[in-house]
Design a protein. Structure first.
Length: 405
């Protein structure tokens, strides 16, 4: 029989009726609470980052192909559906979906308000399923068989500012020479929570911009590209850059909104600091608790050494005891963290103010790689910290320990 394991097991069973029981439970609770907090922090941070990124990607795609434009005009130079890229787009295995768009600046005028907007024209290929997560009420525009649709989708911010409701009609004056206007009908409201979109962009029929710009049916402002794997966005950008015509330009949406993506990256530093603080607290708790257990068992240590037990065997007794406490803490911490995350993910119990957090509830991202890494890191760091109380055990002398009783 393994002598250190046998003694460690006896200590554990006897601790159920002694002061050591309270100390051991505190150790398990501290590790459990710390690990559960770290799991929730990583899951919530991942959910927060993923939600905001998805809002941007669902609205703008992962990549954009446009024509080189040296000026600052809001009106793009046109690209043709007959361009080599669009004709041969199926040869790129990483592309999931391609949709055309065009922008045009305008002024919405009602009886009481005037608001400057950017009209984003989309065609039948627009992925309404992806965009549906941003829809708050109403429906998306319906394209007509001939001509163009006058239906539009506004953000809730613009609609509230102009006091417009679904079904209302209003005038929009487009900025061009000569100026032109169109009567539009509001059929739906969207909300991303991102000011870059909600304060300025309205969605309508691409055919309207083609008519206003006197473009042919095969001319558009650019293409939005969705890739199958987000991890391959950089690779896709390089491949497309080398494949498209010389007068075209491919750009990552994350670069166009780099201030948002950089801000999301900075949040990782906060979680890293939070992780470090929790690990430090867990280590100090385990060290102090094991020292208390060692002090309580000082007489036993002296007797075991007097009977011939080596210092290594005595150290292993308390090391196994500490490892058992750590394992229990990890088990309960995982159960608590995963259970809370599951409840929040299914029932969205904890709400958020969308005006400040860009979403209505605390999001959860099931990042199993981080879960495994957190468990491994916690176990490793706390186990290494056990070396301090083990050094105390090795300094205990049998005679002193027996007199200690």
């Amino acid at each position: 029989m393994n002598f250190p394991y046998f003694i460690s097991k006896r200590i554990t069973s006897e601790a159920n009726s002694s002061f050591a029981s309270i100390i051991s439970k505190l150790a398990v609770i501290s590790i459990s609470v710390g690990l559960a907090a770290m799991i929730l922090a990583f899951f919530i941070l991942g959910g927060f980052q993923q939600t905001i990124k998805d809002k941007i990607y669902n609205f703008k795609g992962h990549l954009e192909i446009t024509k080189y434009n040296m000026g600052n005009s809001l009106d793009e130079k046109s690209i043709s559906f007959k361009s080599d890229f669009y004709v041969e787009k199926d040869q790129f295995e990483f592309i999931d979906h391609v949709q055309a768009f065009a922008f045009k600046a305008g002024l919405i005028k009602t009886k009481e308000e005037v608001e400057g907007v950017i009209f984003k024209g989309v065609d039948r290929q627009f992925d309404t399923l992806r965009f549906s997560t941003n829809m708050r009420s109403g429906r998306f525009i319906k394209h007509t068989e001939s001509g163009y649709s006058t239906e539009v989708v506004l953000s809730t911010h613009i609609a509230n500012k102009l006091r417009l409701r679904i079904g209302d009609q209003f005038m929009i004056h487009f900025v061009q020479n000569p100026p032109r206007f169109r009567r539009l009908k509001l059929v739906g409201l969207y909300e991303t929570g991102l000011e870059e979109f909600d304060k300025s962009i309205i969605l309508g029929d691409l055919g309207m911009i083609q008519r206003l710009n006197e473009w042919n049916e095969d001319q558009v402002g650019g293409f939005e590209i969705f890739v199958k794997d987000k991890k391959q966005i950089d690779k896709a950008e390089n491949v497309l850059f080398n494949a498209i015509d010389a007068d075209l330009y491919v750009d990552k949406v994350s670069d166009k909104y780099n201030q948002i993506f950089d801000w999301l990256g900075l949040l990782n530093q906060n979680v890293t600091v939070f992780l470090g603080l929790i690990l430090i607290v867990a280590c100090f708790n385990m060290i102090s608790i094991l020292l208390i257990l060692i002090l309580e068992r000082t007489y036993m240590i002296g007797v075991l050494q007097a009977l011939g037990a080596s210092k290594r065997q005595v150290k292993r007794i308390f090391l196994l005891k500490g490892m058992l406490l750590v394992s229990k803490g990890l088990l309960y911490g995982n159960l608590a963290g995963l259970l809370i995350a599951l409840i929040q993910d299914q029932f969205q119990i904890v709400p958020l103010d969308a005006a400040n957090y860009y979403m209505y509830y605390v999001p959860i991202a099931w990042d199993y790689e981080s879960l495994i890494a957190l468990n491994a890191l916690t176990f490793l760091v706390v186990s290494l910290a056990l070396g301090i109380p083990m050094a105390v055990v090795s300094r205990v002398k049998p005679i002193t320990a027996i007199r200690f009783n």
